[in-house]
Design a protein around this ligand. Sequence first.
Ligand SMILES: Cc1cc2nc3c(=O)[nH]c(=O)nc-3n(C[C@H](O)[C@H](O)[C@H](O)COP(=O)(O)OP(=O)(O)OC[C@H]3O[C@@H](n4cnc5c(N)ncnc54)[C@H](O)[C@@H]3O)c2cc1C
Length: 402
Amino acid sequence: MRPSNTAIVVGAGIGGLTAAQALRRTGWRVTVYEQAHTIAPVGAGVGIAPNAVKALDHLGLGSALRDRGRRQEAMEIRLRNGRQVARVCASDIERRYGAPFYALHRAELHRLLLTGLDAATLRTGHRAERIVSEPWSATVVFRTADGTVSETADLVVAADGVGSALRTTLLPRYPGPAYAGYTVWRGIVPADRAAALRVPPVLAESWGRGARFGIAAINDGQVYWFACESVPEHTVPTHDLGLLATRFKRWHDPIPALLRATPEETLLRHDVYYLRARLPGFTHGRVVLLGDAAHAVTPDIGQGACLAIEDAVTLATGIENSGIDAGLRIYDALRRPRTERMARTSGRLGRIMQTANPVAALLRDNLAAAVPASLLIRGIGAAFAWQPPMPFTDHPPITTRE
Ligand SMILES: Cc1cc2nc3c(=O)[nH]c(=O)nc-3n(C[C@H](O)[C@H](O)[C@H](O)COP(=O)(O)OP(=O)(O)OC[C@H]3O[C@@H](n4cnc5c(N)ncnc54)[C@H](O)[C@@H]3O)c2cc1C
């Protein structure tokens, strides 16, 4: 029997874990290295759009998603006074793009992506610091509590997020993440408090001036919300639910009630960063950048995690069908144009949705109200239209050298 190829995945986020799942399915021996000391339930909610649902189906994880995620019935845009300006039915999206929309707690998605990855596959407390790529392999140097260790594999997947240390090692002159101009709070209302609010399974976003509020009913009766506010970088205190409640107290129902029902310990706040400059390439020898490390987009079209999931499927399928080096070239050729396009769309929409200018905001609101739902579906459809490459086969693992 031929030995399996080996892969190191750096980062146990959505991108890294999906890459581990995808590579394992094509016979690779994968080890995931994560800087955190434990893989603990993290984050708030996440929307899984039809493109990522199709990718998870491709990995055989679709039924778990259907089981654990909350299927959404529609997408809605309202103004801060509650007036609905746009609504798209999920059934229309599903008919056109072949999969529904789900929302779930991030911890739930992580659990799903950890399925089948045993303790030997996951090494926590390993912070990647440097990487060296050779023609047939790559070596990562990790900092651990016991000092530094080096690990070598046929392939290294750098899925270490928007602030990727590995990207900096590979591309020291790349300018790094840029501030998107707004901060985001996120929270979870637990089921017992959410029940009385009767939030429907609709992805809803409400627009104000320089502020937005999003709501999604997620798994197990919980409700996820996010609030964006245009502010200078590093100017908002991290944990201040009272401050947030004051800012949104005149917004439509159930926004003030959701904020009142949110336990302080679920509150998160982050200034939003993205990669403004295009990367010259997503692959460097036997190292491949994946997810936010390669193409962090603003969260305005809710596609960052979905694109990372697509990346993982494209990478593993390309390698399975064409061999490692050709597979890496295919990955670069397919993923760069798509993610650059999504980044442009997300950035543009973000600037419009987040505008603080009263005239621009009025124009935006009127335009959203005037555009028919069918046009709105087509507008966001480029994201949803993605199709997974050819299905995985039952081929034996491919050889290390081509
Ligand atoms: C407010 C907000 C809402 C969003 N909503 C959505 C949504 O609804 N749908 C959607 O698709 N996307 C959404 N996104 C985007 C999405 O969260 C990200 O695109 C996605 O999480 C990126 O996954 P990743 O695995 O590439 O990176 P990350 O999730 O950042 O994971 C990186 C991992 O690498 C680890 N790591 C970092 N450095 C090192 C190192 N040196 N060594 C070892 N480990 C390291 C980190 O600890 C982490 O575990 C949202 C983003 C924001 C900010």
